[in-house]
Write a protein that binds this ligand. Structure first.
Ligand SMILES: Nc1nc2c(ncn2[C@@H]2O[C@H](COP(=O)(O)OP(=O)(O)OP(=O)(O)O)[C@@H](O)[C@H]2O)c(=O)[nH]1
Length: 404
């Protein structure tokens, strides 16, 4: 990994960006366990009112800062500056161990231009931190279409010093070729690196160095020019989605445990119906029969294998064991949001769910349905790695129990 520049005392900052679900948190989780990452402060920013990611990233001491909900690029002069000021204050007072590097994970909808503006032009920040490169993750399978549809994705790629092509294991050669053709236009000079499950040596992506201005393609040069003009007037440049792209984020909470199969079928039907207008779904669910939460992730129509955590994360000082799913959509009418809420409030029982699966075997959540989970029973529980289901009901009793 590139060491700190001895001629420049400022702390290097790497901006880790990439469209919703591209694999940023997965990459960070791999990176933080690497010895080269010692002395790194992480700043994590999430879109949506309820943060999930910070529960999923391994903690690396006190140097992880969660930027308040809202998008980093829309609150450049608020949260990000404040977080860096706080970090600097703690370092100056020696309240935290020395920091050699900062990594900022932006939201998937972040426009990196105002973030870079803050790092380079905001007086306090620019005097103490220096931007050391933008690393952009792109989903190999979904990337080409996302670049066609979303201006934020284009800007993230356009500003990249390194491009990481993620999820190669899920895509075929033609997807990679389509994506390469788009990247050749948007950012021909940034090196590309294929990454699976976040597996990469830190030195290959940190200390990436900034673009030589002469190499900027036309569109990117325009954004940079806008940024510089805004800097001259001492204002933050507008972020692209602040200008009005209709993104909607909402959270569904679940007051009690959900039946796994009923929930998986309902979510499968929701993904099938709303598809690519649902850019991202993620959450922690309280599933009947389990003591720890299940982490769920979807990117557009793709549902990823569920991950079981051993225990619920503490929310502040208390444990909040309510299930919660954060949805981020685009061009999603209010009626669709109501419909999603209604379907999740009225989940089918296991038997009804299995009947629905028989009729629609290709539900996007079929990998959830194939996962071994407790069957629906309030009295089932887990202990020491064993799943205990004390009641064996006959078919008639089971149907009566489900109907109740
Ligand atoms: N099969 C496969 N899945 C991956 C890979 N990288 C990430 N994923 C999965 O993709 C889903 C989204 O990954 P995240 O790391 O949460 O993506 P993100 O960019 O942090 O998402 P946002 O913060 O919501 O923008 C998760 O379920 C990951 O397990 C990969 O290389 N292969």
């Amino acid at each position: 990994m590139a060491e700190r520049d001895t001629t420049d005392p400022r702390i290097p900052v790497t901006v880790l960006t990439g469209f919703l679900g591209a694999g940023k948190t997965t990459l960070l989780n791999r990176l933080v366990s690497h010895p080269d990452m010692t002395g790194t402060a992480l700043l994590i920013n999430e879109f949506g009112a309820v943060g999930i990611d910070h529960h999923l990233v391994e903690r690396i001491g006190e140097t992880m800062v969660l930027l308040d909900s809202g998008c980093v690029c829309c609150t450049v002069r608020g949260d990000l500056v404040e977080a860096l000021e706080q970090l600097h204050g703690k370092l100056a007072r020696q309240q935290i161990p020395p920091v050699r590097r900062v990594v900022i994970e932006t939201t998937g909808l972040a426009d990196p231009v105002p973030v870079l503006w803050t790092l380079m032009e905001q007086r306090f920040v620019a005097a103490r931190f220096r931007c050391d490169g933008v690393v952009t993750l792109v989903d190999t399978g979904l990337g080409a279409e996302q670049l066609d549809r979303h201006e934020e994705a284009r800007r993230q790629v356009g500003m990249a010093d390194r491009i990481l092509l993620t999820k190669a294991d899920l895509s075929d050669r033609s997807a990679r070729e389509r994506l390469d053709a788009r990247l050749d236009v948007l950012n021909p000079s940034a090196p590309r690196l294929a990454v699976t499950h976040g597996e990469v040596e830190p030195r290959r992506i940190l200390g990436a160095g900034l673009y030589a201005p002469g190499s900027l393609p036309e569109e990117v040069a325009r954004w940079v020019a806008e940024t510089e003009a805004a800097a001259r007037d001492n204002i933050a440049p507008p972020s692209v989605h602040a200008e009005g792209a209709p993104s909607v984020s909402f959270t569904c909470f679940f007051g009690r445990q959900v039946p796994w199969r009923g929930f998986s079928v309902a979510m499968g039907e929701i993904l099938a119906e709303y598809g690519s207008r649902l850019l991202r779904v993620k959450g922690l669910m309280n599933v009947a029969g389990l003591s720890g939460p299940v982490v769920l992730q979807c990117v557009e129509r793709v549902a990823y294998p569920p991950v079981r955590l051993p225990r619920w994360p503490a929310d502040g000082t208390r444990f909040d064991m309510r299930g919660r799913l954060v949805f981020i959509g685009r061009d999603l009418p209010e009626a669709a949001v109501d419909d999603i809420r209604r379907r999740l409030a009225d989940l089918p029982g296991d038997t009804a769910a299995l009947r629905a699966v028989a009729k629609a075997p290709l539900l996007p959540t079929r990998c959830w349905l194939a996962t071994r989970m407790p069957t629906q029973s309030q009295s089932a529980f887990e202990t020491g790695g064993w799943h205990i289901n004390p009641l064996r009901l006959g078919a008639a009793t089971r149907q009566a129990a489900e109907a109740s």
